[in-house]
Design a protein around this ligand. Sequence first.
Ligand code: NDP
Length: 495
Amino acid sequence: MNFFRKIISYGSVPLLIALVTVVGWRLFSYADYTLRKKPNARSFDMACLRDSNNLVPMVIIGSGPAGLNAALYAGRAQLDPLVIEGDNPGGALMETTYVENWPARSKILGKDIISEAREQAKGAGAKFLRDTVTSVDFSQWPYAIYTQKGITLRALSIVIATGSTPKTLGIPGEKDYWGKGVTTCALCDAPFHKGHTVVVIGGGDSAIEEATQLAAYADKVYILVRKDSMRAARSMQDRLKGYPTISVLFNKEVTAIRGDDKEVTHIDVYDNVTKQSETMQAQGVFLAIGHTPNSALFAHDLVIDEQGYIAVDKITQQTSVPGVFAAGDVQDNVFKQAVVASGDGAKASISAASFLMHQGYSAAFEESLHANMFKFGQEADARKHVVALRSEQDFVEKVKQSQGTVVVDFYADYCPSCLKMLPDVEEIANTFAESVTFYKVDVEEVSSVAEDLHIKSIPALLVFQNGALVGRFNEAMSRQQLNECVLRFVPGASA
Ligand code: NDP
């Protein structure tokens, strides 16, 4: 009871009993309803926990606002939550500039919301694992979670907060020119478009945000909207009035992206009112066409709706499996706001605490299972840092005149995808320390090197062998993708 009492530090005993009863009733009635849709035999026998190892009372999958707030609540409830950060720590907010509707803050950077929330959750006792879930098995309790680093966790309760991924168009040229002018991150790549004409595709808030970021660099920005109106909030549309170089074109569908092999030069556009097609000059194509929920990992075990969102009870956030909850954009097809995700995270965490209490879990019981619990910290962070090249001469000596395989990560401090990828680059550098040398180059600090190498988008990873450029990767990569891409250049290794 101790942990639950801490959740409602101001609460009275009757209030506590009422809340537990309501949440408990919702949990079991929803599970009963959904389990009939997706049958699954499980028993929640606390005695069986003594036969398991790597036990975690609450695993939170994802580290955006939903995951971090779930971690804060679970930490304060002394549930020793473990956050698995995933491939994109911090999630979508890391790629947003200013947020003006975060409670109690008139204006705050998205990445600052994340770093402050992370510190707060950490201070409350949450642990953070820099790893990615590769599969789950919810057919038996405690639930199995398998990670990329080869760890198997047995979770007594789970909060899924995996967010969503930006959509792409699937048109000719999109893949060929990805990172060569086509991207989803204006914050990262706008500085490469000084004096250019660029297009933003989409009619939502993101399209407006991307366009205003681009207007600081590009000569002309067109927003191409497929309907005759924008979906973006009126207040966001009003922002455009202050930007004379941004024009909105309605009823336009992009059908192909063209270039000269090195970079984008043109796009084909179809007007769905006049039924005419035309070719437009554009050196940058920024996609802002919404997101797909990251639910595929759970499709086998949970009820997912026809659009890919995890089905939850809207009061408790419980999924179709008891003890498994979901919060944030992976289950929200309506609001998709950071503050709503954060609130959902709190609901999911309180519900998970209630679920554990119903199973008879307590701090004393956890103490008695000490030997069976997951020992955090065994995979301690003993990384060596990747050396920065700070001048053109440095680059020539260390890379152009080098023998063997050298990987150079081009990044900038203003680029969130780059900052997210850097720790993974460092980890991979340590993995390949015997056979590959890694460096990083800040494109602002050593801009001449970036220009000579035609870097158009960051992060960019370039591979050199005996001083010659042999590989170029123009996109943000996950740890696993980095590993696979470097492995290709290690003599004698196979990916
Ligand atoms: P949205 O889903 O709101 O908008 C997507 C836009 O892309 C729509 O205009 C949609 O058109 C268009 N679209 C979708 N598919 C295609 C396609 N194949 N071709 C052309 N256009 C297409 O996504 P956002 O990323 O803009 O916003 C997501 C959420 O994040 C929203 O809730 C938003 O409010 C929030 N947000 C808030 C911000 C802020 O407050 N600062 C900043 C950014 C986002 P159609 O309308 O025709 O379907």
